[in-house]
Every structure is written in C-alpha cells, then in structure tokens.
Design a protein around this ligand. Structure first.
Ligand code: FEO
Ligand code: CA
Ligand code: CA
Ligand code: CA
Length: 659
C-alpha cells in the first residue's frame, strides 16, 4: 500500500543516509566488454577468484565462470583466525564465538557534566545537547595523552549523522518547532573519555573535562582555506563568511598524525528547503548537489535552511571539519581546501616525504574519488606547527583508465577548463563547486564512493563502492563493471612508486559483492567464500594495526534478505585474496558504521546505527517501525525504552588481539 506519509518518510530516509540518485549530468561513455577485457589483464582472475556469470550485463570468458560451493564450514588458513559467524537477522547483535560485544554508550546517555539521565518521554533540546547524540557513525580513538599511545584510556570521537524521528519521538506526526530543536541537538559529534578497567571491560567517563558535544545549534565553526571569507559564503548571520553555526550529516571521518579528528559532512542537501529564483547565480551549483533536498522540516523554523531566504547557506556545508579532541575550548575548523561535496570520510596517511595525504569519497551515484596532498610537511616534534597543514595543498580527483592505470587530476584554478569562461574565477570557486570542476576535467563517475582507507603496511588504498542501481550496461566501466550495480564492489589502488603524492598509479578490483550462488549477481570472490562470508554494500572500513582490512556494510534492504548488516574481515594478499569472513552482525534494521581499533588491536569499537529502521521490509515484523511499536528495542529491551543507536565494544574473551 502506498500511504503518502510512508512514502514521504521512506524518501526522506533515503535522502538522509544513502542517496541512490544522481545529480551528475555528465555523459557516461560506453566501454562494452569490460569484464572480459579486465579478466584478460588481471592476475587475480587467473583462476583465483570465484565468478558467478552475469546475465546480460557482463560478457565473460566461460572458462572462468564457475559456481561457488557456498557455506563450506572449513576455515582456510589465512590472516584471520576467528570462527566465522553465521549470517542472519534477529532483534539483537551477534559476534563470532570467543568474543564479547558489549554496549558502551547509547543515544541519550549523559555526556557533559550535569547532563540529565535519558528520559524518552521528556526529551528536550537542552537535555539532548548534553547527551550522546543520535545515529552514531564514524568512531575515532585517540589515546590519553596523545604521546602515550595508551590502548586502554583515551577519547572516543563519534559522529552523529542524522535522526529517525519516527523512532525517536513518541506519537511523531511530523516536525514541530520542538522536535526540530531536538533533532538539531542530536546531530553533530560527541567526544567522550573512555577507559578499560582491570577486568578488561570498557566504560565511558560521564563527567570528564574532555567530554564535548558539537551540534548545529550551539557550536561555532570557523572556515579556513580558499573559500573562507568568499562572497559566495556570506549570509545575513555571517557577513564575514568565516563562522558557521555547526556541522551537518556527520558521516565518516578520520584521525590525523597530530591527534585531530576529521568529520565528513555528507548529505547536507537534505536539510535545505524553500525555492531559489530560477535565474539565481547559485542555481546551477545547488542543482549539482541536489539542494534543496527537503528531507527535514528545519527550514520552516530556521530561515538559514530556506534557500529562498539564504541562498549561500548551503555553500557553508559539505566540507571536512577538523576538531582538536584534546581541547574542548577550541573551535572546530571547516578546511575548505579539501573541497565541497558529500564527503563520506577522510582517511589520512603520512607520505614518505612527510606530506599528509587525505583520501575522500563523494557518496552519490556517479560521483568521484578525491585526494588532498598538503604542501607542508608533518612536524612530529611540534604539534602546533601542524595546526593549519590542511589549509594549503592540492586537491585531486581520480580518473580510472580502463587499462588499470589511474590519473589524479589537479582541481586547481587555471587548470584546463577551470577558468573564468567556465564560471571559475578563483580557487574558492573550484573548491565550492568541486563536483562541477571534476566533471570538466573528466573524472571517472563511480558507484557511490563511500569510505576510502589506506593500508600503511602495504601502501595500498581501498575504496568502498556501495552500489549504483542507476548504472546501465551501456555505461559500465572497467572500474565499475556491473550495470546496474545493486551490491557494490571494492577497488584497490596502488600509488606509483609507493608515493601517495604521485599523480599516477594503478587500480584493481578486490571483490565484486553479492551472493556467489546466484549467477545473475555476477559476484567475484575467492572460491573459498562461504555462505556466511559474502556481503553486499560495503560502506565504512578500517585497517587494523597489522594492516588487515575490515568492512562494515549498509544494505538498505538487509531486512528483506535474511542477512543483517555487519562486519566482515577480508584477505587482501596472497592465495586467499578476496576471501571474506563474517565477524559481527547488527540487530534488525541497523547498519554498521565506524569500525575503529584500539592501538593494540585488542578492542574494536563499532557504531550500530538506526536499529529497528525499515520494519515493514522485515518479513518477521512486516509493519512500519515506530517509537511505540519498533521491530526491536535493542539494546535495552525494556518496554518503555525505544531502540537506541549505540557504540559497541568488541574484545576477545581471555584477552588478546581481535581476529
Ligand atoms: Fe553516511 Fe555514505 O554513508
Ligand atoms: Ca557511511
Ligand atoms: Ca574508515
Ligand atoms: Ca551509510
């Protein structure tokens, strides 16, 4: 049944977290027999990966197409030693045998000194500003103190991406002035002191002087870099174009070598409403980003979110925000040199020459992969000297050639078509309209680039490509070989000569996701993949301190498939390359975000986001999940407490490294 309210709600949730639409008007070239060509050149296809043949979309060498025997119980020798978890779905979370997975902090738990206890029937914006926010996403662990590398005492830096109002509020029937304020207070980030006690259990410290909430209501954020002070960022509230009220849709992130925390602003377009005059000079820019997205009611109560009233406000979101977690009194800074798009994350890496490289994805269908290379070098002896490293450097966008080579195209004013004739008058215009600049340089449109993570041990870089139902067989590309691509894939980059600052490199496919027992999935895995081992929709990822890759998934329709989202460890090298193994799964309706290891690999922090979402898609529940009637009341399981997004800590029973 298509109840208009339900449809609107579903549309809003899609806008808030997984924008499976495209606003890229660029034409997509036809490449034809992509997989055949890729197979011809790639060593990993010399019989090592399992292939299930595609019907129609892919043309394959039949000799390479063999079926996978799913669900073989043996665990081949590789880097990972844990017993594989069974895939499945129910109301709670599960971890591989021999591990504990305990809830550390939940939506509404007190964070700032004096914060009230969580009371879902008596919510207020003021209480929420002092409590842990909603929908935890990125997690970063920084040790206390920074130089100690302490694996058992530190600060957790946690993003709060968006809100699920129907699960948050009793009797929710649409936004009011009061719910909008609470929603805003539930966005942003939390910084929370955490400690592991002698019994091995983790706890957070509710009254720590380090604890901090960052929100779109109360946190003033500075702008720096090429777009700071620019006319296109001026608003009624901020004629200086240097100070923004807050940060929005805080998705993935990263940590820097100098102990700061980077927050990625992702689907910022959804918060804007109203109408821009058709002849307004920002019209083309806003259309390219899907502004106004209209996923919330905030613009009815705050003029700055109405583009008809404040046409420049959207230009103040979509950036990477740098936060010093060690000093709650410092202002976070939006580093505009890193470009404006729907940032998924910001994986930083120290290049051999001391420059800092930040890899970033733009999470929307047919968008691009970027990197930023600093001009200056990291100074390990003087933390303050690194403070503004991210303000100067070069932003690049990736062009994936069909022959497996890669070019990084500099998004620099004056380069190619980035000139006044195309509407670019300075580097400020280039970073504000990074997407259009990348279009003009000929960047490769990808299948929703989510997290990008560099492996410091091997120098390889992994790109999670979540899915792209809009790609057709005609616009399939060697690096995005499936059209449509409902299940996602993972691309591996190798920078030239191990130099992450280089403008050339190579790329490869690590895996193409989906059920290997279904030929029309056209999945590519190691032949030993089990029925529990395969996954879809890779989203966030982490590399542990031994250089091993762990992947978190976000399958919007996980409730329909009988397999929850979760975390899978995957072999990236040697004979077992492309072999995944299931480690953790979330309760019904949730996705898994923020995997983060402690410095000793003995703890894995996980963010369970939007538990109980999509109740109507879960056959066991088969109705809309609401505050009153959710598909799960994880993690409290008390009749008066709604489901709560929470951070979970995984440790090994009896101690030791994870995995
Ligand atoms: Fe916020 Fe692309 O996940
Ligand atoms: Ca994500
Ligand atoms: Ca990550
Ligand atoms: Ca996601």
């Amino acid at each position: 049944m298509n109840h208009p309210f339900d449809e609107g709600l579903r549309h809003r949730q899609v806008l808030k977290r997984s924008d499976d639409v495209s606003t890229n008007p660029t034409g997509h070239p036809t490449f034809g027999d992509l997989v055949t060509r890729r197979m011809g050149r790639r060593e990993f296809l010399r019989g090592t990966l399992a292939v299930s043949a595609a019907a129609g979309a892919l043309t394959m060498n039949p000799a390479l197409c063999f079926r996978v025997r799913a669900a073989k119980p043996d665990t081949p020798a590789g880097q990972f030693g844990f017993p594989e978890l069974n895939a499945g779905i129910d109301t709670t979370h599960h971890v591989a045998a021999g591990y504990d997975a305990d809830v550390l902090i939940r939506w509404g738990d007190p964070v700032l000194p004096g914060a009230p206890a969580f009371d879902p029937m008596q919510q207020s914006a003021d209480a929420q500003e002092w409590q842990f926010g909603y929908n935890n996403d990125y997690i970063g662990y920084v040790p206390l103190p920074l130089s100690s590398g302490n694996p058992a005492h530190g600060l957790l830096c946690v993003n709060h991406e968006y809100t699920n109002e129907e699960l948050m509020f009793p009797n929710y029937a649409g936004d009011t002035a009061e719910t909008v304020e609470i929603e805003m207070a539930a966005h942003g980030a939390s910084i929370v002191e955490v400690r592991r006690s002698a019994d091995g259990k983790w706890q957070y410290v509710p009254n720590s002087r380090f604890n901090r909430r960052i929100s779109p209501r109360r946190t003033t954020i500075e702008l720096s870099g090429p777009a700071a002070g620019h006319t296109r960022l001026k608003t009624t509230a901020d004629p200086s174009a240097r100070r923004v009220a807050g940060t929005l849709n805080n998705c993935g992130g990263g940590l820097t070598a100098w102990g700061t925390y980077l927050i990625a602003e992702e689907n910022f377009h959804g918060y804007f409403g109203g109408r821009l005059p058709t002849d307004h000079p920002e019209q083309r820019n806003h259309r390219r980003y899907g502004v106004p997205g209209g996923a919330y009611g905030w613009h009815h109560y705050h003029q700055r979110f109405d583009v008809g009233q404040e046409p420049n406000e959207p230009n103040r979101f979509g950036w990477i925000v740098e936060v010093d977690p060690y000093d709650p009194n410092t202002s976070p800074v939006k580093r505009t040199a890193l470009g404006r798009f729907k940032h998924e994350g910001a994986a930083t890496l120290l290049n051999a020459d001391g420059r800092v490289v930040v890899y970033m994805g733009d999470d929307q269908c047919f968008e691009y992969v970027y990197k930023f290379v600093t001009r200056g070098r990291f100074d390990s002896g003087d933390r303050a000297a690194n403070r503004d490293l991210l303000d100067n450097g070069t932003l690049f966008v990736a062009k994936f050639n069909e022959d497996g080579t890669l070019e990084w195209l500099p998004l620099v004013f004056g380069n190619g078509a980035l000139i006044p004739e195309s509407g670019f008058h300075s580097q400020a215009d280039v970073v504000i309209e990074a997407r259009r600049a990348a279009d003009l340089l000929g960047a490769t449109p990808m299948d929703r680039p989510e997290d990008v993570e560099a492996n410091p041990k091997t120098g390889k870089v992994y790109i999670m490509l979540s899915n792209n139902s809009k790609r057709t067989p005609q616009d399939a590309h060697a690096a995005n070989p499936r059209g449509p691509n409902p299940y996602g894939h993972i691309v591996e980059l190798t920078p030239e000569s191990g130099d992450h600052g280089a403008i050339r490199g190579h790329w490869d496919l690590l895996v193409v996701c989906g059920d290997p027992s279904k030929p029309d999935c056209a999945a590519l895995w190691h032949p030993k993949v089990t029925g529990n081992g395969w996954f879809t929709d890779p989203d966030n990822c982490a590399v542990d301190n031994r250089g091993r890759l762990w992947i978190a998934t976000d399958d919007n329709s996980a409730t329909t498939t009988g397999r929850s989202n979760g975390i899978w460890a995957i072999e990236t090298d040697g004979d077992l390359r492309g072999l995944p193994r299931h480690f953790f799964r979330v309760p019904a309706g949730a996705e898994l975000c923020g995997p983060a290891f402690s410095p000793d690999d003995e703890t894995l922090f996980l963010a369970v986001q939007h538990p109980a979402d999509n109740g109507e898609q879960w056959p066991v529940f088969a109705r809309k999940s609401t505050f009153e009637d959710p598909s799960t009341r994880w993690p409290d399981f008390r009749p008066e407490i709604p489901p709560r997004p929470s951070v979970v800590v995984v440790t090994k029973q009896g101690g030791g490294k994870i995995g």
